[in-house]
Design a protein. Structure first.
Length: 89
């Protein structure tokens, strides 16, 4: 969140990627740093440690939502539903 906010403050389009378990914390950080409306994408949790193939799949699924958010037109229909996967290491 903090990195996304700092990048956005520089005038660079930014989208914060936050896993579902940390979404409430992201709300708090965004509000406390004065950017409650910073574009964010909710990722399944966990992402780290789930294997390269799973991380690649998540990244590919999130591209439409990330691109929409960068264009300033986030479309909830473009953001895939939260998917919680088993740890496929």
């Amino acid at each position: 969140m903090r990195d996304g906010i700092e990048i956005a403050r520089l005038g660079i389009p930014a989208v914060a990627l936050v896993t579902q378990d940390y979404w409430p914390q992201g709300d708090f950080v965004a509000r406390s740093l004065g950017m409650p409306n910073i574009p964010r994408i909710k990722l399944p949790h966990p992402v780290a440690g789930t294997g390269v193939a799973n991380m690649r799949e998540i990244a590919e699924q999130m591209v439409p939502a990330i691109m929409a958010a960068l264009r300033g037109k986030p479309d909830p229909a473009e953001q895939p539903a939260d998917k919680t996967k088993e740890n496929p290491q």
